[in-house]
Design a binder for this molecule. Structure first.
Ligand code: AMP
Ligand code: ZN
Length: 179
């Protein structure tokens, strides 16, 4: 089943960039930006919806190792660290994604909005919520639908674009001056 694909990839040395007793960090097979990694937990947690206070140290570990990897390998690139509110793939995974949002695999409005709206739950916020509220604030299915179907808006300057090709052309003008 395709929803179990990550379980195969975390065993594939071609994709692994870091691993320890708790996590495996892999390259995303269909990166939605120039650099896109997933930190996958070895513990069998289906996803962010199944995370509770007892997982705080695991989530901190996932974020720490992701940050360390990025700092070591990408000195001048901005990254986002977050969990999709309603993930499609099994096994808890943290998205570690550069904020250029430039990739041949980024094709749909849903792809775009899943990384540029509140659908991506910031890793630090998630950890903070577990510590202070004892749970994670996960948006409802209706809220998720709304965020994923929102008008296409540039994450750098807030311009609204009418379709993906126009948006992709537009974001290239920002990235041109950055790398
Ligand atoms: P999510 O929506 O949070 O479940 O994201 C799943 C991520 O896994 C997406 O960014 C996909 O590009 C990526 N992906 C899908 N299949 C595979 C696979 N077999 N191996 C590695 N990454 C994958
Ligand atoms: Zn813009």
């Amino acid at each position: 089943m395709w929803t179990l694909g990550l379980l195969k990839t975390i065993k594939d040395p071609k994709y692994i960039v870091y691993s320890d007793t708790k996590i495996v960090m892999i390259r995303d097979m269909y990166p939605k930006a120039k650099f896109h990694f997933l930190v996958v937990s070895k513990e069998e947690i289906v996803g962010i919806g199944n995370v509770s206070m007892k997982h705080i140290s695991l989530l901190e570990h996932m974020q720490q190792k992701a940050t360390a990897y990025v700092e070591k390998n990408f000195s001048n690139v901005n990254f986002k660290y977050g969990y999709h509110a309603k993930p499609s793939m099994h096994r808890l995974h943290l998205h570690v994604i550069s904020d250029d949002m430039e990739s041949e695999f980024l094709k749909t409005k849903k792809h775009w909005n899943s990384f540029t709206t509140g659908f991506l739950l910031n890793s630090s916020d998630v950890i903070q919520q577990l510590k202070t509220l004892g749970k994670i604030k996960i948006p409802s299915s209706t809220e998720c639908e709304k965020m994923l179907s929102k008008d296409l808006t540039c994450h750098q300057c807030n311009t609204t674009l009418s379709n993906m090709p126009k948006l992709k052309q537009h974001i290239r003008t920002h990235n041109y001056t950055r790398y």
